[in-house]
Design a protein. Structure first.
Lengths: 92, 183
């Protein structure tokens, strides 16, 4: 079983839960299990094209998936994955 | 800073503090955010203003920590964050994932939550831009301070708060300040 940690601002879509567990063996499958269980999360994690939003960072342990195999990153049993937002904005 | 007659509970509405500055396109809708009222103590408000003025002509930013209650959202603590937007910080702000993790840990340590972020719009209105919308998260209050730099010294002329609704559109919150700090 693997687990994904949900940041506080997104917990309203998980009934307040900060942790979601799934037997998924890749980041992509884990995220998909998460949004299928909590559909309200989908528009905040994925854009209309189904890609992970640019300001949503996913870490496997302490490593950003961009430094691994992206959402295709494989997970060994007992891995903890974290969703962490990079807050950005501005006038233009 | 206050407008009109302060209500008996000492909370005063904010909004336009002086002349509007620049222009922005509002990316807002009619979706109802979960926290319609956001309250900031005088100290919290002053800190946001200091950071915004200090960052001018760049954008200042930080996290807002506090608690949600029946009477609305109470912001108790401001965590200032260095703008990580680099050369783009004249028109952008960025807070890293590590900044967010630190803010969540600080909030937990004080029995609070990360409830919002603030940032300044130098020489632009305090309304969300397209870029603000693209990076917005639900549940958080987005307090924007408009800084007007056309006078002898920069001045905060507008402070407004927004929250993302279910349709990923911003709705404005009622932002109130209190003259005296809350216990």
């Amino acid at each position: 079983m693997n687990a994904i940690i949900i940041p506080t601002p997104l917990r309203k879509f998980t009934g307040g839960a900060g942790r979601f567990e799934s037997p998924a063996e890749s980041v992509q499958d884990l995220l998909e299990d998460l949004v299928q269980s909590h559909e309200g999360l989908r528009p905040h994690l994925f854009d209309n094209g189904g890609d992970l939003r640019s300001f949503i960072r996913v870490y496997v342990g302490d490593e950003d998936i961009h430094e691994l195999d992206g959402t295709a990153t494989r997970l060994s049993a007992g891995t903890e994955v974290s969703i962490i937002p990079a807050i950005a904005g501005g006038i233009a | 800073m206050t407008s009109g007659t302060p209500p008996s509970n000492n909370w005063s509405p904010l909004g336009h503090l002086g002349k509007p500055t620049g222009s922005n396109t509002a990316h807002s809708g009619n979706a109802h955010p979960e926290a319609l009222v956001i309250r900031c103590s005088f100290d919290v408000l002053e800190k946001m203003k200091r950071v915004s003025l200090g960052a001018y002509p760049g954008e200042g930013c930080g996290f807002l920590l506090g608690n949600d209650g029946e009477e609305g959202r109470q912001i108790r603590l401001v965590l200032t964050v260095d703008n990580a937007a680099g050369e783009d910080q004249l028109r952008r702000f960025q807070m890293t994932p590590l900044d967010f993790l630190k803010a969540e840990r600080t909030a937990a340590k004080h029995g609070m939550e990360v409830l919002g972020i603030f940032h300044s719009h130098p020489d632009h209105r305090a309304i969300p831009s397209t870029h603000d919308l693209q990076g917005a998260l639900p549940h958080l209050s987005y307090v924007i301070l408009a800084v007007d730099g056309t006078g002898p010294s920069p001045e905060v002329v507008e402070i407004r708060s927004w929250q993302l609704g279910d349709q990923r559109l911003f709705a404005e919150e009622t932002l109130q300040s209190q003259r005296t700090n809350t216990p």
